[in-house]
Ligand binder design. Structure first.
Ligand code: CUA
Length: 176
């Protein structure tokens, strides 16, 4: 079979590029443990607000000292609407929706995940730069979509105070 020189060059070029693309994906997945920001954990959207996996909502520290942030999205709010986390610390976000699909985006960071009713989205990230970040909804969810926002305060590690009680004082008043 006679293959033209130009064609040969393109074939080798394409082969090389595909090797690079698949290789970099494999290196990210197996070498750097970078995976899609979700895992298959289900939840009943109707009871998501009271689900023990989302109590307390907001920031907490587990027995191993890891920081978690639990957020429920619903038309047209993120609960809680304000959180404070330490800079330069891995924060694991647990997200779910009580109604429709929302998009959790911590603007100007790599913290982002789709929030699908019936599932718990999870990702871990760290924030090197202290400051106030906007959490927006980037998935159209209804007439109030553009108002669906929350605040994330990232404070220097030394200034951050871990929440001490299992339930924050603000939530104790209206437990159903
Ligand atoms: Cu929630 Cu858009």
């Amino acid at each position: 079979m006679n293959v033209d020189l130009y064609e040969r060059i393109w074939m080798w070029g394409v082969g090389l590029m595909l090797t690079l693309f698949f290789g970099s994906t494999a290196a990210a997945a197996f070498g750097h443990q970078i995976h899609p920001p979700s895992h298959v954990e289900t939840i009943d959207p109707k009871t998501a607000l009271g689900d023990p996996r989302f109590r307390p909502q907001g920031v907490s520290v587990d027995a191993q000292g890891r920081v978690h942030a639990r957020v429920v999205g619903l038309m047209f709010l993120w609960l809680p609407s304000e959180m404070t986390v330490p800079a330069d610390t891995p924060i694991t976000f647990h997200l779910t929706s009580a109604d429709v699909t929302h998009g959790f985006e911590i603007v100007r960071t790599n913290g982002q995940a789709m929030v699908v009713p019936g599932y718990i989205s999870q990702f871990t990230t760290r924030f090197p730069h202290p400051g106030d970040y906007l959490i927006a909804c980037n998935e159209y969810c209804g007439v109030g979509h553009h108002t669906m926002a929350a605040k994330l305060h990232v404070v220097p590690r030394g200034q951050w105070q871990a929440p001490t009680t299992a339930t924050s004082p603000r939530e104790q008043g209206h437990d159903h």
